[in-house]
Ligand binder design. Structure first.
Ligand SMILES: [Zn+2]
Length: 437
């Protein structure tokens, strides 16, 4: 075979099925040519491809395997989980870095943390990555909202999420919110996050005036704003305030036509965030992808927690889950912009595994596997304005998963990972695994 052009080291991944990541295109048998950290070209596989490559070209036989782009997750919380428990006490730079490794091990190239940074730890990691891109290919690319904003609740402790208390800013009013968002903008946050809802009746809601102040100041700096919402009314008030993203679908009831019109009119992105709500089975804990790197006692602990969990807003019942599926279908049919979100890093959302479970949840809600993969790759990268990744196409970063089995037959085959390549670098997943065992 002859390959013209690039001066970088060439690798040919030969003969695999390619799922391009655009939600539809599949090459049943192709050769993927990588040049350094980029994809050089995709060629249909021919008998001539089986010839020895030119000298200096590494040829990897991928016959029978499937290649898809690495996953991009625009919504999670990093640094709080240890084993299978999330707690504010676990948050540290070391744990943030450990999670970024767990993500790449599972084939996630890029992760945006949404509002639970503490002491600027995430932002410092992100800034180091930007100063030295690809310095450590085992780390997923991190984007961060820094610390988000909540309403203070009289007599209650800090209004952060249960696993990340004290990580958020309790804002006293519109003026204070404006000041805090300006301070976030100075740190060049990738998005601004605010919590609107009352977290199951335990906290004060964030008033509309403060929401408007948060969004206006974020937009003044060219930064998008994301709202955590629970009810239909939460969603409407966040959209009225100008929020660009809802971090969840409404979960209290099916969206009405007023909300649908608002979402469409303002082109608001709605995060899928389905796997975090259930369904309640814990079969996935037996997957080797979990077992290989999670101590058995931790797996048992989480299995017991899932089996015993009470119906409550965060760990939902099957009834509310089926309503969530209805809502997903409704939003999709209406043409609302749905964006992949695994809400990783709390409850049962193990870093890396949560992203694969979200893919399964999306197929369970009616997407084809190719559409679900498209949402988790090219579409998610587009949402983050990262046009260098998320797609198997010439010129894009060579961020990809080589799979032993075909996820178009069964979406859980995205977990049968043979290898992960990030910016053209094949991760030593065996060494990573040994480190965790
Ligand atoms: Zn979240």
């Amino acid at each position: 075979m002859t390959i013209n052009g690039p001066k970088e080291a060439l690798t040919v991944l030969r003969g695999a099925r390619l799922i391009v990541g655009d939600g539809k295109t599949v090459h049943e048998r192709a050769d993927l040519v990588l040049a350094g950290e980029r994809i050089h070209e995709i060629r249909e596989h021919t008998s001539a491809s089986d010839d020895e490559g030119p000298e200096g070209v590494e040829v990897v036989d991928c016959s029978g395997k499937t290649i898809m782009p690495a996953i991009v997750n625009p919504h999670g919380h990093i640094g709080y989980m240890r084993g299978t428990t999330s707690d504010a006490a676990f948050f540290s730079e070391e744990n943030v870095l450990d999670h970024l490794r767990r993500l790449t091990y599972h084939g996630v190239s890029t992760f945006r943390s949404l509002g639970t940074d503490r002491d600027g730890v995430e932002l410092a990691v992100r800034d180091r990555q930007r100063a030295h891109p690809n310095a450590d290919p085992e780390l997923a690319t991190l984007l961060s909202a820094g610390s988000g904003l909540v309403a203070p609740t009289p007599g209650a402790p800090n209004g952060g999420p249960f696993f990340a208390v004290n990580a958020v800013h309790e804002t006293s009013g519109a003026e204070d919110a404006t000041r805090f968002v300006r301070h976030l903008a100075e740190k060049n946050v990738d998005i601004v996050k605010f919590w609107v809802d009352d977290r199951g009746g335990t906290k004060a809601k964030l008033g509309p005036e403060i929401q408007r102040a948060v969004v206006a100041e974020a937009h003044r700096h060219g930064i998008p704003a994301a709202a955590h919402i629970y009810t239909i009314d939460d969603a409407k008030s966040a959209v009225r305030a100008g929020a660009d993203v809802l971090a969840h679908m409404p979960r209290s009831a099916r969206p009405d036509s007023e909300l649908l019109d608002q979402l469409l009119e303002h082109d608001v992105a709605v995060f899928t965030s389905m796997s975090i709500q259930g369904p309640t089975s814990s079969d996935w804990l037996n997957d080797p992808l979990v077992r290989d790197i999670t101590p058995p006692a931790e797996v048992q602990r989480l299995a017991a927690e899932i089996a015993e969990r009470e119906p409550e807003p965060l760990f939902d019942t099957s009834e509310t889950y089926s309503r969530l599926v209805d809502t997903f279908v409704l939003l999709r049919e209406a043409g609302v912009r749905l964006v992949f979100s695994a809400d990783t890093g709390l409850l049962a959302q193990l870093p890396g595994m949560a992203e694969h479970r979200e893919l399964e949840a999306l197929v369970g809600a009616g997407l084809s596997p190719a559409e679900a993969i498209g949402l988790a790759t090219a579409e998610a990268a587009r949402h983050l304005h990262l046009d260098d990744r998320g797609l198997l196409a010439a010129g894009k970063r060579a961020d990809l998963l080589v799979l032993e089995a075909n996820p178009l037959d069964d979406i859980t085959n995205t977990r049968r990972i043979s290898s992960v390549h990030l910016a053209g670098h094949a991760l030593d997943r065996e060494a990573m695994r040994r480190n965790w065992q």
